[in-house]
Design a protein around this ligand. Structure first.
Ligand SMILES: [Zn+2]
Length: 300
């Protein structure tokens, strides 16, 4: 057989870099779903264990709670059932589509499309009773009365924090910006060119650009704690809302339902913890995999 002396495509450093980046991103993108799936299944099972009587009981005390906080809390609670979600989307979609079709900039178009998809998914998850939310701009709570009325109090807990304690308005802003910052940091670390450690040490002419690149390519060591710190505001915000919910219904709900609400809120908190751990883990694993691929020695 004839010997081939040219470099094989998988030994080319750019090919290695591209494969490494793609594999690392794939681990982050799809690994998260795999890691969170068991817990989400467990949580949804708990939600499904709520009986119509439970939901009716939670719903029956909502006005008593609102009355208790009438001086400090101004909230409109909106029942998001199938009909209401349809109505909201029928109002929203033409506006969103119009905006997307008028946008020429492809990046802006992509952002708008992503936002639209996320909004539709959110409204559907409320209608399915898998989620609820507090909307600070309109001071509304979106919740499905028949499927998870217990969540009313957790969402009122968010409202209480945001309306009365200034710092929570900032925390809610950090929630979103930290998530985006984490993703940007991950992509930068993924794209950074990893040199062999020895080459770094022997190279005396290291510029700023190389220093940044080196920092980014070594950041994978600290990615786990960094992402957990970035997720701290979310966890803090969520824990506080559930603590508020517990105070709100104290003495109003029957003991068994009060306990059930606290257990469900604790399990809901678990979805945020599992989510944060999954992001931290998949980002770290993605970076490890990428470095393994680009540092792999060529086969002889
Ligand atoms: Zn919450």
């Amino acid at each position: 057989m004839e010997k081939i002396s040219t470099i094989k495509p998988w030994e080319n450093k750019y090919v290695k870099q591209a494969v490494g980046v793609a594999a690392g991103y794939g681990v982050y993108k799809y690994g998260g779903r795999v890691l969170t799936k068991p817990y989400l299944g467990y949580f949804n099972k708990s939600l499904a264990s709520l009986t119509p009587q439970d939901n009716a009981a939670y719903l029956s005390i909502k006005n008593t709670v609102l009355n208790k906080y009438r001086n400090t809390l101004h909230v409109n609670i909106v029942n998001i059932d199938a009909a209401k979600s349809k109505e909201i989307l029928e109002e929203y979609l033409p506006r969103a589509n119009d905006k997307i079709s008028k946008t020429k900039n492809p990046l802006k178009k992509y952002v708008l499309k992503t936002r639209k998809k996320r909004y539709v998914n959110r409204i559907n998850s409320f209608a399915e009773g898998k989620n609820a939310c507090y909307k600070p701009l309109t001071k509304e709570v979106y919740v499905n009365y028949e499927k998870n009325a217990f969540a009313i109090f957790h969402e009122l807990g968010h409202a209480l924090d945001r309306q009365n304690i200034k710092i929570f308005n900032n925390i809610s802003k950090w929630r979103q910006s930290n998530k985006i910052a984490m993703r940007v940091l991950f992509i930068l670390a993924l794209l950074s060119k990893q040199k062999a450690k020895k080459a770094f040490d022997s190279d005396k002419n290291f510029g700023v650009k190389e220093k940044i690149n080196e920092g980014l390519s070594n950041i994978d060591k600290y990615f786990f704690p960094i992402s957990m710190i970035m997720y701290a505001p979310i966890l803090f915000d969520e824990a506080s809302a559930s603590i508020n919910a517990n105070k709100m219904v104290k003495g109003i709900l029957p003991e068994n339902l009060h306990k059930k609400m606290n257990v469900l809120n604790a399990k809901a908190f678990g979805t945020y913890v599992v989510g944060a751990l999954a992001v931290a883990t998949t980002m770290k694993l993605g970076l490890i995999l990428k470095n393994k691929i680009i540092n792999a020695k060529s086969q002889k």
